[in-house]
Write a protein that binds this ligand. Structure first.
Ligand code: NAI
Length: 334
């Protein structure tokens, strides 16, 4: 029986990196039936909705999605489709491994960087609750709940125990947001107390940003509320070669949607320059989730040997290869 996967190519470079990733996953030999559905700009043109019901109908059937980035207008316009999808499917864990690829030179490549971000994915300042109290005075509500904080903390520690990771650091600003971030921290502490074999630490987010740049090798697993998780993801992506590299997974009880950390990259969209590594590495997470460990390993090794060789790299990581040339090189390794 082939695996059924919902494919959401998305906007900007999304269709380019999604096509490249589908080609590389198919080349592993794993049997997949891709159910392509649109969300974002194309969907709105065709159906009048940025997030049509067909997306949920497909994901309800397949339970697993591979998703490209979707654009969100700035300072106005419709709310984020990405946030809506995560909330509606209750994809409460945003899992983002940050790791050096072999052979890739960055300012930090001499350091053994291997950390995983566990970003709470459903609340915080992404509640979408904003209003103008009186003219020129605006409030945004930061919502932190015990339920959401406990389950992201539990997901982090359970992963640490399962995968034999050594340390969890909770990142917060509870010195200022004593109630909201204070609740988040109390939940992390409560869960940490159940996992005495795993070292637990806490760091204020501004200091954490400095430590991540100065001594990234001291971090193992990081657990963060939604907004800090978003910002720290891009910061840490910068340590290992940029947004073209870092994969991710949105995980809930029923569904899993795999997507890169990066956005639609409008500056390079349609030019064949996008680096599909981030979505390909998201696909290796997806293959593992599907129980296809061998295919996941082979795709990961193929990616790594293309980086090790250093001949076919895209422009963002210092090469000259196009998206297609890079993808062909990965497939040749497979
Ligand atoms: P971005 O991640 O799209 O781009 C930031 C920089 O990284 C740009 O210079 C871009 O060219 C580069 N970059 C990103 N991915 C790359 C790749 N695969 N290969 C080579 N270079 C890459 O962030 P930006 O410009 O802040 O956001 C653009 C749009 O994307 C916005 O509408 C934003 O809301 C949306 N977005 C969507 C996300 C999602 O769907 N999960 C996540 C982040 C942003």
């Amino acid at each position: 029986m082939p695996h059924q996967i919902t494919l959401i190519p998305g906007d900007g470079i999304g269709p380019e990196v999604a096509a490249a990733t589908v080609r590389s996953v198919d080349a592993t030999g794993v049997s997949i039936e891709w159910d392509r559905v649109d969300a974002g700009i194309k969907a709105e043109k065709e159906t009048g909705k940025f997030l049509p019901d067909s997306v949920f109908a497909s994901l309800d059937r397949t339970r697993v999605g591979l998703k490209g980035p979707i654009a969100t207008p700035i300072a106005g316009g419709h709310p984020s489709v990405n946030v809506a999808l995560r909330k509606k499917l209750d994809l409460y864990v945003n899992f983002r491994p940050i790791k050096m690829l072999p052979g890739l030179k960055t300012r930090f490549s001499d350091l053994p960087i291997d950390m995983i971000i566990f970003r709470e994915n459903t609340e915080d300042l992404y509640s979408g609750l904003e209003h103008e109290v009186v003219t020129d005075v605006v409030e945004s509500l930061k919502v932190i709940t015990k339920t959401a904080s406990m389950r992201i903390a539990r997901a982090t520690f359970e992963y640490a125990a399962r995968e034999d990771r050594k340390k969890v650091t909770a990142i917060h600003k509870a010195n200022i947001m004593k109630m909201s971030d204070g609740l988040f921290l109390r939940c992390c502490r409560e869960v940490a107390a159940e996992f005495t074999q795993i070292e637990y630490g806490e760091m204020i987010v501004d200091n954490a940003c400095m430590q991540l740049v100065m001594r990234p090798e001291i971090f193992d697993l990081l657990v963060l509320p939604n907004l800090y998780g978003d910002i720290v993801s891009d910061l840490t992506a910068g340590l290992v070669g940029g947004l073209g590299i870092v994969p991710g997974a949105n995980l809930g009880e029923r569904h899993a949607v795999f997507e890169a950390v990066h956005g639609t990259a409008p500056d390079i969209a349609g030019k064949g320059l996008a680096n599909p590594t981030a979505l390909m590495q998201s696909a290796t997470l997806m293959l593992r989730h599907l129980g296809e460990r061998d295919a996941a390993l082979r795709l990961q090794r193929a990616l790594e040997s293309v980086y090790e060789e250093g001949i076919n790299r895209t422009r963002d990581v210092g090469g000259t290869a196009t998206t297609d040339q890079f993808t062909d090189a990965v497939i040749a390794k497979l």
